[in-house]
Design a protein around this ligand. Structure first.
Ligand SMILES: [Mg+2]
Length: 302
């Protein structure tokens, strides 16, 4: 693991020549979380000028595609719509590819539900509350045979009945189990971390013994989808840039990409130096994505 800024000009040239594609996480890399990321736009332009193809892979399903595009506009980042991947789109494309026509039990944000409905899928109603008695449980225990998939992402109104019913459906082996974002700790401000969906997905995994199809980073299903979307046949010539050790660097490892960690988001230098999980160790780190522009200029005079 090397600090990109510490490379000699020759080493930096070797690094830059070693990949054709750059896949970037968004929040905490090019979209600021709790402090601005100066020069990120210049880095994007410079990398394109150097002949690199850029794609963007976010776990953020909360605002839907419209909000993702608004953020790109807000920061004046030019992007092709096809170059953005997020879990909802990956899941919808997957379900279409298998001609899925049953109901979906979806634990997620309202906008995510809207996107599934717009794509033509029927969503099951989720329980708000149950009577606090054995009779209440019996109501939920009536399983719905029309449900063919359970999807778990962020739901700010998650409750016991929703989890309990999800577990019930997942007892049927032919019900597909899919996860979106798997983040456990989601930084909101510099001193506030949000409890992410990963904790609740783990409860369902432990309880049911099922392994979900992972359509958020670092999921294997997303990995196949991304390689297909970006026509990646030689993963080692792709660089993944992210701020989260588990989601981004773990995804890079899962895909066989090179990995670059930025320190403007979910991970501090202290956390990076203490990580013991080999899959979460990046090849390189840099203080900010915005520094790439300056490094290319300083080291290679481009
Ligand atoms: Mg991030």
């Amino acid at each position: 693991m090397k600090d990109l800024a510490s490379l000699t000009s020759a080493e930096f040239k070797q690094f830059l020549d070693s990949f054709d594609n750059i896949l970037c996480d968004c929040d905490g890399v090019i979209f600021p979380l709790h402090k601005p990321i100066p020069d990120a736009k210049d880095s994007i332009l410079k990398l394109r000028q150097c002949g690199k193809r850029l794609g963007f892979v976010t776990n953020n399903n909360v605002g839907g595609f419209k909000q993702i595009l608004e953020k790109f506009d807000q920061h004046e980042y030019k992007v092709n719509l096809d170059d953005i991947v997020y879990p909802t789109a990956a899941m919808i494309d997957y379900l279409k590819s298998i001609d899925f026509d049953k109901e979906i039990y979806l634990i997620g944000f309202p906008i995510m539900k809207e996107e599934f409905k717009k794509a033509g899928f029927k969503l099951a109603d989720l329980p708000d509350k149950i009577e606090e008695s054995r009779d209440g449980l019996k109501e939920i225990l009536k399983s719905n045979p029309n449900i063919g998939a359970v999807i778990v992402d962020v739901d700010l109104n998650l409750n016991f009945p929703k989890m309990f019913e999800a577990a019930l459906h997942l007892r049927q082996p032919d019900v597909i189990f899919m996860t979106g974002a798997t983040d456990k700790n989601v930084p909101i401000t510099s001193d506030l971390v949000f409890m992410g969906p990963g904790y609740f997905q783990q409860v369902l995994i432990d309880f049911t013994g099922r392994t979900p199809l992972g359509f958020g980073k670092p999921g294997l299903s997303l990995s196949k989808y991304v390689n297909n979307r970006f026509n990646i046949t030689n993963p080692s010539r792709t660089l993944f840039v992210g701020d989260s050790l588990e989601q981004d660097i773990g995804f890079g490892t899962c895909c066989g990409y090179q990995k670059l960690l930025v320190l403007t988001g979910a991970t501090t230098m202290d956390q990076l130096s203490k990580t013991t999980n080999k899959e979460w160790v990046p090849d390189f780190y840099i203080s900010s994505f915005g520094d790439i522009n300056r490094l290319i200029k300083d080291k290679l005079d481009i």
